[in-house]
Ligand binder design. Structure first.
Ligand code: COA
Length: 267
């Protein structure tokens, strides 16, 4: 509205063709208050140091290596946001994901799209748990790409794996969603995946989300067993098998699993 129309008190016709009453005859405007930020918005607005102090269980972040892996003396888990993750560590994560999982991605309906995947990995609300090892002896079994010294990583520590997650909303539920969980092949089957998952789940519980969720490929039977052992079950939003015209039942190429944090009630 122009200053002239406002002061004369005449109705004005705006560009979209609607008629507006003169300001003096309109009800006083009620200042509309924005809705309070949701749990997800509040959590994702926190700085890294606040995320660490409020949602990480310090007792789960450092532990001794398994006794059957003599070369490793201790492990350490560190939380990063996508913006605080050193570029070299981001590359370690992407390279490991590509080596472990790109073939599995390719044979599914999702496909393997490196550029899109990197964009997703850099989403501002993406969080990373980075697992490193301090080698006590030979480091022959460590991924050679991980041996190079890198910014932000303690001298002598080696990249072993990562868990990538987001505090987000999924079909109306507040959840902690694990996007990726990968260990270097030499450090799989040692119980380290559980260590990362435990930190993520405790993070989600402390935030106050109702469940943990993740996607697992149907072809990845080992990972599926691993998650089931950890208490994950098929979620209600997981795709159903399709019955083809010839009567054959085609399983989905991936499943969505979840683990509730809400204690069951007795009634
Ligand atoms: C899936 C993954 C994260 C699981 O983590 P993990 O630490 O290897 O898990 P576990 O330690 O439970 O090991 C899995 C297997 O090793 C066995 N295992 C565990 N500890 C062991 C030990 N100390 N000695 C020998 N075997 C052991 C488990 O019994 C299990 O065997 P099973 O599945 O045949 O029953 C990890 O194997 C991985 O990175 N895989 C490749 C990437 C991938 O598939 N990611 C998941 C995408 S959804």
């Amino acid at each position: 509205m122009s200053a002239q129309a406002a002061s004369s008190g005449h109705a004005t016709v705006s560009a979209d063709g609607t008629t507006k009453k003169p300001a003096s005859r309109r009800k006083p405007a009620v200042a509309s208050t924005p809705p309070p930020p949701t749990l997800i918005e509040r959590t994702n607005a926190l700085h890294l140091e606040d995320l660490k102090s409020r949602f990480l269980d310090g007792s789960l972040l450092a532990f001794a290596g398994p006794s059957d892996n003599a070369s490793t003396s201790s492990y350490h888990i560190e939380l990063y946001t996508s913006s605080s993750l050193p570029e070299a560590t981001f590359n370690d994560c992407f390279d490991l994901l590509e080596a472990n999982m790109s073939t599995s991605y390719r044979i599914t309906s999702i496909g393997w799209h490196p550029r899109k995947k990197k964009e997703e990995m850099k989403h501002p609300a993406m969080r990373y748990l980075i697992l490193t090892a301090v080698a006590g002896g030979s480091s022959d079994d460590i991924n050679p790409a991980a041996e190079k010294a890198r910014e932000g990583t303690a001298v002598g520590s080696m990249f072993i794996g990562f868990l990538e997650f987001m505090i987000t909303e999924e079909e109306g539920a507040e959840v902690i969603y694990t996007y990726e969980l990968d260990l270097v092949p030499s450090h799989q089957k040692l119980g380290l995946g559980k260590k990362l998952l435990d930190v993520a789940e405790e993070f989600g519980k402390r935030v106050g989300v109702e469940k943990a969720m993740l996607t697992v490929f149907d072809s990845n039977k080992g990972a599926r067993r691993f998650y089931e052992r950890e208490g994950y079950d098929i979620d209600e939003i997981s795709p159903d098998p399709k019955t083809l015209r010839n009567g054959l039942v085609k399983p989905p190429t991936f499943h969505i699993l979840s683990k509730s944090f809400i204690p069951p009630t007795n009634d």
